[in-house]
Design a protein around this ligand. Sequence first.
Ligand SMILES: [Zn+2]
Length: 257
Amino acid sequence: MATFAEALLYNFVGKDGDDEEKDFFVKTKQDRKHYEAFLQDYDGNELAEQQLDRKDFNAAIIKSENGEIDYVPDQGRDFQYNLEQLGLKVDFQLNEVDYINRERIRAKYHYRCQYCGRRGHSVDHKDPVSLSHNNSLDNLILSCSECNRIKSNMPFKLFKKLNDHISDINKKLVKYENALGTLQGEFERHRRELAVKMHLKGVVNDPELNAIRKQNKKLQDAIDSLQSDYDSLRKMRESYFNTGWKIAEENQKQDII
Ligand SMILES: [Zn+2]
């Protein structure tokens, strides 16, 4: 960066003792201001720095300065527009944590929710980023969408404490998830087999086909019943967390009136 800053300074102010306007690489004072503003937009913009290499950013500026790109960043336009005109792209919709970090965190935790142990893909802030403004890796954890939703803005310590009390329930959730996954896979396999046999036989009604249908119906009933037990356990767990949070807040209130 130091070298580039030097080069830029040189471009802006010209050579020592040479104050002729024609020797400026960036020709007008106005243009220099635009470049300065554009550089400042990049500096300190986390998303831009994460997604766009400074080398590429600098290269684009140089192309603009020497006319290879016929566009000078405009202070009156927003940063993203200026980037696009220079052929650069930054996705400002992304959260502060870029996707490479997200993938790293998922792999680190083996795609498992660190609260309940089920499959998880949500990269979460232990302490809500809205409160802590902490995007560092040690404030990030992997969770399932359900734990993520339940935790919401609950303080990490409280959520962790409540969660530690129900480790056996969490183990059950993992078993439910695994069992349902296996059964659903089996059901899909049977359904495909039935479709193939129906096609081969060329009839819809047939004793063998009906026997398979009966089996599939049993399997589907087993899945439904398991899913319903799983759902009630999940609901119970969710209200446990919600109540736990309310109780903790109530407990902290000093005055009744
Ligand atoms: Zn979870």
